[in-house]
Design a protein around this ligand. Structure first.
Ligand code: NDP
Ligand SMILES: O=C(O)C1=N[C@H](C(=O)O)C[C@H](O)C1
Length: 264
């Protein structure tokens, strides 16, 4: 039986790729494409919006149709609505939206008591693998003589609303946990003085249509290591999210991440 999937934020950049890839995947069935009722394309066919032709799936804000999983790539308010929809439908939730406030995060954690939730700032295979590599590097370099300075650069398209990216923040969190770092700063200006070792600095670049790029720098005295991971298009995120929906559907309630989905 195919996994029945609903998409929240279906008219967005990511929503459109989920519709386009999802409708070609025989192991799942798209059953609902959600948007808020004031959306300029509300009521239109999601397949036409995604450029794959009419699918008979219109942008709606409620359905009586049952589904096994809902995938959310929207905005914080939309993510909030997706959590409520998932709990009401007793469906799995794949939460991909970034830039969430603490109140939204608390709601997701609470939902994980009653439904399975896959929650990750990046659904990309290579990003999640790079996170593992960074943890290995951070563990190995935490006591290196002279210290290792960690800086995180991210580049995204000009339309991105949150900054730095959720992925950059997760890279920083994982590395900080391994290296015992508690200070996180965002850019530098003026005369901040010599760099302390116990900080991670984030630098967010916004240009053109870049679908996402992260570089993690470990700078030592005398040598530097950089790990870079780069998306060529959004399908790495969309296919990861569809895989996560299939993974989570029918799982016991709880919080899962992409390591669980990808077996990393
Ligand atoms: N975890 C991951 O792998 C990835 C996460 N992301 C994250 O996903 C999110 C979406 O990215 P992207 O697709 O580029 O953004 P878009 O702005 O293109 O898409 C978001 C969509 O959600 C719609 N929306 C707004 N409010 C609601 C609501 N209340 N209910 C349902 N839908 C709503 C928007 O409508 P309108 O345009 O009218 O506001 C828009 O159609 C971002 O937070 C981004 O950081 C992105 C890529 C990968
Ligand atoms: O908004 C985007 O585009 C992306 N957002 C995610 C993030 O904030 O980490 C993931 C990816 O980098 C693309």
């Amino acid at each position: 039986m195919p996994t029945k999937v609903a998409i929240n934020g279906a008219a967005g950049r990511m929503g459109q790729r989920l519709v386009a890839l999802g409708c070609q995947d025989e192991s799942l069935e798209l059953v609902a494409c959600f948007e808020y009722s004031g959306h300029p394309k509300f009521g239109q066919d999601a397949g036409n919006i995604a450029g794959v032709g009419e699918l008979g799936l219109h942008l709606i804000d409620h359905t009586d149709e049952a589904y096994d999983a809902i995938i959310d790539f929207s905005v914080p308010e939309g993510a909030h609505a997706a959590v409520e929809r998932a709990v009401a439908a007793k469906a799995a939730l794949v939460m991909a939206t970034t830039g969430l406030e603490e109140e939204h995060k608390a709601k997701i954690r609470e939902a994980a008591n009653v439904i399975p939730v896959v929650w990750a700032p990046s659904m990309s295979t290579t990003v999640n693998l790079t996170m593992k590599l960074c943890e290995i590097a951070a563990e190995a370099l935490k006591d290196v003589p002279g210290g290792a300075d960690v800086e995180i650069l991210e580049r995204h398209h000009r339309f991105k609303e949150d900054s730095p990216s959720g992925t950059a923040l997760r890279f920083g969190e994982l590395i900080a946990n391994k290296m015992g770092i508690t200070r996180h700063i965002h850019g530098r200006e003026g005369r901040p003085g010599a760099r302390p070792h116990d900080e991670i600095a984030y630098h967010a670049i916004r240009t053109g249509d870049n679908p996402g790029e992260h570089t993690i720098i470990f700078g030592l005295l005398g040598e530097t290591m950089e790990l870079t991971v780069r998306a060529s298009n959004r399908d790495c995120y969309a296919s990861g999210a569809l895989q996560a929906a299939k993974f989570a559907a029918g799982k016991p309630p709880g919080l899962y991440n992409m390591n669980d989905v990808l077996g990393l």
